[in-house]
Design a binder for this molecule. Structure first.
Ligand code: CIR
Length: 254
């Protein structure tokens, strides 16, 4: 059960954010603001109290707030983003987290980790080793998790940006899964909700208190997730997709 979320309004600098999806064009700022408002409304509809942080123009990707912190039931961990242009984003979340959480831990160099690479399944955390998250970052995170009675393990990624680009845990052993993870033995014991390749963007969705928020425009995914017993809410996040951002990366939920 989640009760709260933190989001950051996109800045006008959003158009300068990192992107491997340049063929989709640049995001439209006004449209992004509208979509972000509706995203917040969806979180509220799921029962969350949402803290809305002001835009941060210095860091174009800072609206993708999920990557700079891992919030667990026992501590918050300030990450160390692997993307050099994103590394200083943590300076903007530090005091927010220290005001909210008793236990705040920090990942140190040479470790890098972006929390889009971390999937929580109860008290276990899967950590993707990616272009953004290295072994030191993963090991430091696992050490911190252990200190608080939780566990972690690594998953090697080859194709997607972050672990949760292709996986989303919907509780009760149900796992939304796509692409390279489908045949990974690590996940074989979960009940799969498989997302077809052509709808891969919808594999990044979020479970929030029995509801699942998914991006709009992915009918097969909607049908499969609804068909698995979830109340699905669609939110249009097309402008964030242009910067490789999924639904999960727009909030910290706890
Ligand atoms: C980046 O490349 O870092 C941003 N443009 C997108 C981050 C997406 N984050 C996520 O999926 N957790």
């Amino acid at each position: 059960m989640f009760t709260k979320a933190i989001v950051r309004i996109p800045g006008k600098s959003l158009i300068h954010g990192l992107s491997d999806s340049k063929s989709l064009g640049l995001p439209n700022y006004d449209e992004a603001i509208t979509q972000h408002k509706l995203y917040i409304e969806a979180l509220k509809l799921c029962g969350l109290e949402v803290t809305v942080l002001e835009p941060c123009e210095e860091y174009p990707d800072s609206t993708f707030i999920e990557d700079v912190a891992l919030i667990t039931p026992h501590c918050a961990i300030i990450t160390r983003p692997g993307a050099p242009t994103r590394r200083a984003e943590i300076t903007k979340i530090d005091s927010v987290l220290r005001n909210e959480f008793l236990n705040v831990e920090v990942i140190e160099a040479p470790g890098t980790i972006e929390a889009g690479d971390v999937m929580m399944v109860g008290s276990h955390f899967y950590i993707g080793l990616s272009d953004r998250t290295n072994r030191s970052g993963a090991e430091q995170t696992i050490g911190i998790l252990k200190k608080y009675g939780m566990t972690g393990s690594t998953v090697t990624l080859n194709e997607v940006l972050h672990l949760k680009t292709g996986l989303s845990y919907l509780e009760n052993n149900k796992l939304v899964i796509c692409g390279e993870f489908i045949n990974d033995p690590i996940f074989k014991d979960y009940d799969f909700i498989e997302i077809p390749k052509e709808e891969s963007y919808a594999a990044n969705c979020i479970w929030v208190n029995e509801r699942v928020i998914i991006p709009s425009g992915y009918p097969i995914s909607n049908e499969r997730i609804s068909g698995s017993g979830f109340n699905v809410i669609e939110v249009d996040v097309s402008e964030f997709k242009k910067l490789d951002g999924g639904l999960s990366c727009l909030s910290l939920r706890y």
